[in-house]
Write a protein of this length. Structure first.
Length: 189
C-alpha cells in the first residue's frame, strides 16, 4: 500500500527549470531539520549545511562552474548542460550546500553526504518544493576561485564541498521521475 512517505519517494524528480520564487524561510528551516536527521556512519555527522539564497553568489558559482566545464577536454557534459539550459543550477533561487569533512576510512563521508542530500530532496518534495541533487555543484570549488567561494559561504576549517541540492519551484508542472526498472531487483529465499 502506498503511504505518504512512499508516495513522496515515488514523486521526487529532478527539476531542471526553476522560477525565481524563493521557498519561505520557515520551509527552508524545516528542510534543514530533515537534513540533520540523516543517519551517518558511527553517527559522525560529517556535514555542515549552508543555505545559499544570495542571487549574486549563485550566479557567480554558476558562471565559474560553466567556465570550468567548457574548458574540460571531454565536452559531453558541457554540451548536455548547454542543450538543456546553459546553466549549472537551472535558475534555482536557493541551493543547500552540503560541506563535508573527511571520515575514516576516507571516502565514507560521501555516503553520509548523499543520504543528507536525499533527505533534503524528499523533505522538499513532500512540501511541494521542487529540487535537484547537483553533483556538478562541486565545479565552482574545483577551480582558482574555489577557496574564495568557500570563504564567502563560510566553510568551516577542514570542510570541503560535498553536494548541492537546488531548491525552488518548477517553471512547468508535471515533472516526472525516471522509469523504475524492476529487473534490477532479485530476491533470495
Ligand atoms: C549524486 C547525484 C548527483 C547529481 N548531479 C546532477 C547534476 O549535477 N546535474 C543534473 O542535472 N542532475 C544531477 N543529478 C540528477 C540525476 O541526473 C537524476 O537523479 C537522474 O537522471 C534520475 O532522474 P530523476 O531524479 O528525475 O528521477 C544528480 C543525481 C545524483 C543522485
Amino acid at each position: 500500500m502506498l503511504n505518504e512517505t512512499i508516495r513522496t519517494i515515488m514523486k521526487r524528480y529532478s527539476c531542471r527549470a526553476f522560477t525565481e520564487k524563493m521557498p519561505s524561510d520557515e520551509d527552508l528551516q524545516t528542510i534543514t531539520r530533515a537534513a540533520l536527521a540523516a543517519p551517518s556512519g558511527v553517527n559522525r555527522q560529517p556535514w555542515r549545511i549552508i543555505v545559499v539564497k544570495n542571487k549574486d553568489i549563485i550566479k557567480e558559482m554558476d558562471d565559474e562552474g560553466m567556465k570550468i566545464l567548457a574548458a574540460m577536454p571531454d565536452k559531453s557534459t558541457y554540451e548536455r548542460i548547454m542543450s538543456r539550459s546553459g546553466s549549472l543550477f537551472y535558475g534555482a533561487p536557493c541551493i543547500m550546500i552540503i560541506s563535508i569533512t573527511k571520515a575514516v576510512p576516507a571516502g565514507a563521508e560521501m555516503f553520509d553526504c548523499a543520504i543528507v542530500a536525499e533527505n533534503i530532496a524528499l523533505a522538499a518534495t513532500s512540501m511541494g518544493i521542487d529540487n535537484l541533487i547537483c553533483g556538478l555543484a562541486v565545479l565552482p570549488f574545483a577551480g582558482e576561485k574555489g577557496a574564495e567561494f568557500g570563504r564567502r559561504l563560510g566553510f568551516h576549517e577542514g570542510y570541503d564541498m560535498g553536494l548541492g541540492v537546488l531548491l525552488g519551484y518548477a517553471k512547468e508542472t508535471g515533472g516526472k521521475p525516471h522509469d523504475l526498472d524492476p529487473a534490477k531487483i532479485s530476491f533470495v529465499e
